[in-house]
Design a protein around this ligand. Structure first.
Ligand code: HEC
Length: 125
């Protein structure tokens, strides 16, 4: 019984110190790793679009608003602004959120992974 309580306390401490270490920088690093799922099509170069539009400055941007990128009508007509909430929905299932999008299906539903990716996307300025 006593060991159970002690290990519960130790476990609790472990979790809280991990949470403290979860700084913005660490989240961005984890997000950069996850962004490997996106780099096949997206650049982090402000001026270049690849198979997908550049994601530099995407947080807060209107959807389908970059010049020189041939967006789908679905995204152009979506009326979406890329708030954090909308980006979460997009990466959790872009083709459910915007049916008819040209972007291949992605599915990142884990809340922590979404947090990391968002922290990374926010850092792209
Ligand atoms: C297979 C290529 C591909 C992959 C992989 C991909 N995307 Fe895309 N992405 C696209 C294309 C193409 C569009 C434009 C979609 C349209 O016009 O309907 C797009 C659009 C977007 C947009 C909207 C940008 C804007 O200017 O409105 C965001 C945000 C986005 N992608 C994020 C991501 C993230 C985050 C990942 C990785 C988890 C990812 N994408 C993976 C091809 C891809």
């Amino acid at each position: 019984m006593r060991t159970k309580i002690i290990s519960a306390v130790v476990l609790g401490l472990g979790i809280s110190s991990a949470a403290v270490a979860d700084t913005e920088a660490m989240m961005q690093a984890a997000g950069a790793e996850l962004f490997n799922k996106c780099t096949a099509c997206h650049t982090t170069d402000t001026s270049k679009n690849a198979f997908g539009p550049s994601l530099v400055g995407v947080v807060g941007r209107e959807a389908a608003s970059l010049p020189r990128f041939a967006y789908s009508d679905a995204l152009k007509n979506s009326g979406i602004t890329w708030t954090e909430e909308n980006l979460r929905k997009w990466i959790a299932g872009n083709d459910q959120f915007v049916p008819g999008t040209r972007m291949r299906h992605v599915e990142i539903t884990d809340k922590a992974e979404q947090d990391y990716l968002l922290a990374y996307l926010k850092s792209l300025k």
